[in-house]
Design a protein around this ligand. Sequence first.
Ligand SMILES: Nc1ncnc2c1ncn2[C@@H]1O[C@H](COP(=O)(O)OP(=O)(O)OP(=O)(O)O)[C@@H](O)[C@H]1O
Ligand SMILES: [Mg+2]
Length: 242
Amino acid sequence: MDKNTSQHDFISTVSHELRTPLTSIRGFAQTMLSSWDMLDDNSKKQFLKIIEEQSNRLIKLVENILTVSKFQNEENYVFKNISPNEAIKSVIPIVQQQYKNRKIVTQLNYNLPEILIDKDKFQQIIMNLVENACKYSHENTEVTVQTDFASNNQISIKITDIGVEIKDEDKTRIFEKFSRIDNPLTREVQGSGLGLYITKTLIENMNGTINVESNKNQTTFEVLMPICDIENQARAKCTQKH
Ligand SMILES: Nc1ncnc2c1ncn2[C@@H]1O[C@H](COP(=O)(O)OP(=O)(O)OP(=O)(O)O)[C@@H](O)[C@H]1O
Ligand SMILES: [Mg+2]
C-alpha cells in the first residue's frame, strides 16, 4: 500500500471513529434539551452518563491519534537510564484506581539493572498492557506484572490476566491499527483498537520486542527490552531506531 493510500485509510477510519461518539453525544444532548420536562431524573442521569462516557472515549481517541502522528518524529524519544521496576510501580496505582474489581499484583526482581529507555514511553507501554489485562479479564481476578532477567542480555516484563483467549489467528492482527477482536468482553468495553499498535511501535522504537501467549484460561503479554552495558550503550545511542 503506498503512503497516500494508507494515509487516506487512516483518515477515513479516524473520521468514522470520531463521528460515532460525537453523534451519540449530540443525540443525547438534543433529546435532553427538547424533552427536559418529560424526562424523569433517572433518565436524565442515564443520558448524562452516556455523554460522559462518550466524551472520555473521544479524549482517549484523540490522545491515541496524537501519539500515532508523533511516531515519525525522532526528537520525541528521550533515552535515559531508568529502573524498570520503579517506572512500573509508579503507574500501577493509576490503572488500579480505574479498575477497582481487579487485583493488580507485582512480582518484581529487584536485582534488575537500569535500562536505557524513554521513561514516559515505557510507562505508556506498561499502562496500555495492564489496562488491557484489566479490560479483557473476568471480574474479581488477579492481573500479574512480573519482571525478571531473560536470555540474550534482556529483561522481561510479563503481564498476565485471567480472561478471554486470543486465538492464534488473531495474534498478529491485534497489533494492527484499529483492530479489535470480537468477543463478549470486547463488546462490553470500549476501545479504539489503537492501544497495541502504539505499544508495539513504542517498544520496537526502543529496540525491544513484544509477544503474546494465550489459552482459554489466561493471556500473557511479554515485553523484552535490551540491557546495555556502558560500551553497548554508547553504541545503542548511535544506532537507536526511532
Ligand atoms: N489481555 C488481553 N486479553 C484478551 N484480549 C486482548 C487483550 N489485550 C488486547 N486484546 C484484544 O486485542 C484487541 C486490540 O487491543 P488494543 O489495546 O489495541 O485496543 P483496545 O483495547 O480495543 O482499544 P484502545 O485503543 O482503547 O486500547 C482488543 O480489542 C482485544 O480484543
Ligand atoms: Mg487497549
